[in-house]
Design a protein around this ligand. Structure first.
Ligand SMILES: [Fe+2]
Ligand SMILES: [Fe+2]
Length: 199
């Protein structure tokens, strides 16, 4: 009985060892920690496609916000983050490449809702007013918060999956999103909100 038990343990061991074998042709840093392959890996890809879609939509939304903004300071802030966003899209494409996947988008109703709300505040505020800038800052920050949540979660998942290179790319973008959020808060505090209050 003991010997059967040993055989069983041996079989289990050899199976788990074979599951850990590296896939041929995939760079070491891009390989998943195969212990976690499966549902979590699939979920990671779905989230990656979601944020890839979100970044493209955010880029279009920022163009509209920049055109609608009143102050040069807000226009400049949005323009700066537009070029960062283009770089963030490149980073996501690098991650798809690392994983030997084609970049693809997954429609996300969440980001579309946030963007629709942002378009609404532009329609509801008057052109050339600081109230409009105050409203655009809030709309823009809602976008950044969505991205902060997405990148923070994706970076954690990448670490769990053993995708350290992908995690670093995601963390670089996460830091840009956080800085953008802080700079929008500073802009509102420094001038926009008070100017809006006097209109
Ligand atoms: Fe972004
Ligand atoms: Fe952003």
């Amino acid at each position: 009985m003991d010997s059967k038990k040993n055989d069983k343990n041996k079989n289990q061991k050899s199976k788990s060892e074979s599951q850990r074998k590296p896939k041929s042709g995939i760079p070491r840093q891009a390989r998943f920690n195969e212990k976690y392959e499966g549902k979590l890996k699939e979920f990671f890809f779905e989230e990656l496609k979601d944020v890839y879609f979100a970044e493209h939509e955010a880029l279009k939304a920022m163009k509209k916000m920049e055109a609608a903004a009143t102050s040069d300071a807000l226009k400049e802030s949005i323009t700066k983050h537009q070029s960062e966003t283009e770089e963030q899209i490149n980073r996501l494409e690098e991650i798809f490449a690392l994983l030997e996947k084609k970049p693809s988008k997954k429609k996300c109703e969440g980001i579309l809702g946030i963007i629709k709300d942002g378009e609404g505040v532009i329609e509801d505020t008057q052109e050339d007013t600081m109230v409009r800038d105050a409203a655009i800052i809030i709309a823009n920050q809602k976008l950044e918060h969505y991205e902060i949540t997405s990148y923070g979660s994706l970076a954690e998942l990448a670490r769990t999956l053993g995708l350290d290179e992908a995690a670093e790319l995601l963390e670089t973008t996460l830091n840009e999103e956080k800085k953008t959020d802080i700079s929008l808060t500073l802009l509102a505090e420094a001038s926009v909100n008070e100017e809006a209050a006097t209109e």
